[in-house]
Structures are given as C-alpha cells and as structure tokens.
Design a protein around this ligand. Structure first.
Ligand SMILES: [Zn+2]
Ligand SMILES: [Zn+2]
Length: 459
C-alpha cells in the first residue's frame, strides 16, 4: 500500500479526535507541491539527474559547487527560507564547468549575468565552500575571490560567482510543512498539558481515598494500589529504564506492555480487590489516561513518519538532501523530538505512583527489609537500628553508603520518629514482620542459637 493511503487509513482507524485529524500532516498536499518543485527545477535544467551528478562531482576541484540551505529565517517569521546557491566558474560570461549540462550552463549564465543575482564571492564564503567541497580548489582565497588554480589554464581570468537560484515552489513546500509541524507541536503540547493535569488530579484523588487514617478499607485499597503500581512499573509501558531495552517504546510495544499489565491485574484480581467506590473509579481513570497516552504516542508516530517520508521523497526527486537537516532546522519540541512518552512517564511516577509509597524506597540498604526502627545518621542516610547495632559491635564506624565516620556518633537523637510513624502507617504489615524478626534475633542472642518462636508457645 502506498504511504499516502496507509497514512489516511491509520488516521481513520485509530479513532483520533477530529481536531487531531484536521491538523495531521497534509501529506497529499505536500506531494502535489513537491511535483511543482520538481517541475520548476526541471525547467531550469536542474532536474534530479543533473543535481545528482553535480553533487557527486563536487569533490572534483574544477567543477561547480552548490548547496541547499534551510536556514536564514525571515525577519518577522519563525519560518525559514530554503535557498539554492550555486558557485559557478565564469569566464567572459561563460560558465566553464565541464560537468554542467548545456541547459544548466545556459541557465546559470543567464542568471549570473543579470545584476544583483550573482556576486563575486567573499573570502568567508570561499572558506565555507572549501570546507564543503575540499580545500584543494581555493588555495589562494583572499579578498574578493579570484583563484588562479581552478581552471585548466592558469592564466585565464576566471572568477567564481555566487548564483542564487530563485525557486518558488520549494518555499511553498516548506511553508506548508513547517506550519504544520508548528501546529502539531502546539497541539501536542496542549494535549500533554491536559494529560499532565489529569495525572496530577488522579494522584491527589487516590492519595485522598487511601489515607491509612481513613480506616480499614482505605488501608486495604492502599495495599492494592501499591500492587497495581508495582505491576505497572514492572510493565514499563511507555518507557524503559532497564539497561537492555532502555528508551521510549514504540506504540506496538506499548500496546503489548499495557496488555500484559492489564492481564496481570485481572489474573490477580487486583481491580476487584479495590473496596472503595472512589478507588474503583480512579482505576478506570488510570486506564483511560494510559489509553489516551497511547493515542498521543500513535498520533505522534504516524505524523513524524509522514514528515520523514515526504522529506525522503523530496530528496529522491530533487537530490537536494534535506531529510537530514530539516528536523534540526525546524526545532520541533514535541513532534519530532519524540519525548512525549518520556515526559509523561516521568510525571506519572512523580505525581501518581509516588502517592502510594513503594516499599523499595524505604528499605534498609544493609538488610533489604523495611528500615524499622529507622535511624538517621548524621550523613542523613537511614538504616534499621538492628543493622547499626551489629555494625557498631563489629567496630565498623563508617556509613556503608557514603563512608562518613558517623556510625559511632549515633545516639537516641538519631532515631527518626517521624519516619517511624510514617512506616507504621503505610507499611503496617512489613513493620510488624520486622519487629517480630528483630525480637527473634535478640532472643537468639540472649537464649542461644537453639531458641525458636515455638519455644514461647510451649512455655
Ligand atoms: Zn537493616
Ligand atoms: Zn551516609
């Protein structure tokens, strides 16, 4: 299937909002315009083959150089203007470059002789061209350029003239494309803002609903949310921070990961486990946020693919080589930057997932169980009291994380009571288990290694 057709079908199939579809890349219009560009070039004797040949021969010092620029934004517009510039060897009004076809030569001579369009090039420019096509041809560059070593016979007066080729339809083409990229960028920024607000609100609602102080149901739901978010983080739906597949996901990958996540939630009956009405509603909203994120990602993908395709087509038809420079020149913050997934995922973990504290963030770095009782050393690192007691018994006085000499200085003052009550509130199960384990360990120290909990029941 041709891309134009594929693109149109994808826009229909995905059920994007009409507003999005209306601002999608006008691929068909661009294709028509590209036809006008190629016709225009053809009429000037600068058809694709000629340009390809000229580009290939630029390494040869005796031939013409040209380049196609996208920079030089117009004074009161964000839009840049494309410019096609030739550097032609002119001798007595005749273009002497052997590689030029008769019609191209004709055209360049004509345009060079008409005033204002052609100028002798400056030293700056000669350096620029040298950099582009190799230093050999411009060894004598200084002042208004008049090199001696470029013509086969050195005595003849040959000058290099800059000839700017006035094209109409390439400007039109890039106007359409740039305007559309700007509009799409704005639209995507708008959608991202909206989504960001929804993520924040959702986080606040879940936080409010599952405050442990609100009772048993709230505490139960908080556990469930924690499991849901743990699975969600595991799924790395839109962005992976793992080393082996680091980076943003493509939409098919995201769909796969999202399905995996939902299957897991279903098979573990987590969503059913939510007791509060507000929690269940929040879960539905959470799924909608993900579905919308997926839509944004898909829309961004196919539009940025359309831009790539049309630029490739442009290059294929003209040999002007813009597909590489356009994305850099146009400075797209969203569409071509492809950062949507990363941005929103960062927000998701900041504003949403963090409202339900995850155990991983509260583990003692020595024993990897919840850091309870929490002792905050002078270096601000927190460990469980048990591990610190063991360390000081062994005479280890340095913090295992930062090597500061702080362990022996720890006293009752370092007990973090605020953290302790936070842990009791948010991780009651883990705290209880840890207290029990601490007791077991202490009893073993007192009663010997054969001590076990069962002894208590016998007594
Ligand atoms: Zn510990
Ligand atoms: Zn430390």
């Amino acid at each position: 299937m041709k891309f134009a057709q594929e693109f149109r079908k994808a826009l229909q199939r995905e059920g994007f909002p009409q507003k999005w579809v209306d601002s999608a890349v006008p691929y068909g219009q661009l294709k028509k315009c590209l036809k006008k560009v190629t016709n225009e070039l053809h009429e000037l004797g600068l058809d694709k083959d000629t340009l390809t040949q000229l580009a290939a021969s630029q390494k040869d010092p005796s031939t013409v150089a040209f380049y196609y620029h996208l920079d030089g934004a117009a004074a009161n517009s964000k839009l840049f203007r494309p410019r096609l510039t030739f550097f032609v060897h002119i001798q007595d009004g005749v273009a002497v470059d052997a590689k030029l076809t008769p019609s191209t030569r004709d055209f360049l001579e004509k345009i060079a002789s008409s005033t204002g369009k052609a100028q002798n090039i400056t030293a700056d420019e000669s350096a620029q061209i040298s950099a582009q096509i190799g230093p050999a041809n411009f060894t004598e560059a200084s002042g208004p350029f008049s090199p001696r070593h470029i013509s086969p016979s050195e005595d003849e007066a040959v000058s290099i003239q800059r000839v700017e080729v006035p094209l109409v339809f390439d400007s039109e083409f890039f106007d359409i494309l740039q305007t559309d990229v700007f509009n799409l960028d704005a639209l995507q920024g708008e959608e991202q803002d909206k989504m960001g607000k929804e993520i924040m609100l959702l986080g606040q609602d879940i936080n409010k609903a599952t405050k442990p102080s609100k009772g048993r149901k709230a505490r139960g739901d908080m556990e469930t949310w924690r499991n849901i978010f743990e699975l969600y983080l595991d799924a790395r739906v839109f962005f992976s921070t793992r080393e082996n597949d680091h980076g943003a996901r493509t939409s098919p990958q995201a769909v796969k990961q999202l399905n995996w996540f939902q299957d897991q939630v279903l098979s573990r009956k987590l969503a059913y486990g939510l007791k509060l009405e507000s929690s269940r509603k929040a879960y539905t909203r959470f799924l909608s946020v993900n579905a919308l994120l997926l839509q944004i990602l898909k829309f961004q993908e196919i539009n940025s693919l359309a831009v790539t395709k049309i630029l490739k087509k442009f290059d294929k038809r003209t040999s002007l080589g813009v597909s590489r420079v356009f994305p850099i020149t146009v400075k797209s913050n969203h569409l071509l930057a492809g950062s949507v997934a990363k941005d929103l995922c960062a927000q998701m973990s900041n504003d949403l997932i963090s409202v339900v504290p995850q155990l991983d963030d509260y583990l003692c770095p020595i024993c990897f169980t919840v850091a309870y009782w929490p002792v905050r050393l002078d270096c601000q690192h927190i460990f469980c009291s048990r591990c610190l007691v063991k360390m000081s018994r062994k005479g280890e006085s340095h913090c295992p994380l930062c090597r500061a000499d702080v362990v022996m200085r720890a006293s009752l003052e370092n007990f973090d009571s605020k953290r302790a009550s936070f842990l009791r509130e948010y991780f009651p199960k883990e705290v209880k288990e840890k207290v029990r384990a601490n007791e077991r360990e202490r009893n073993k120290e007192i009663f010997g290694p054969d001590y076990s909990d069962s002894l208590c029941s016998i007594m």
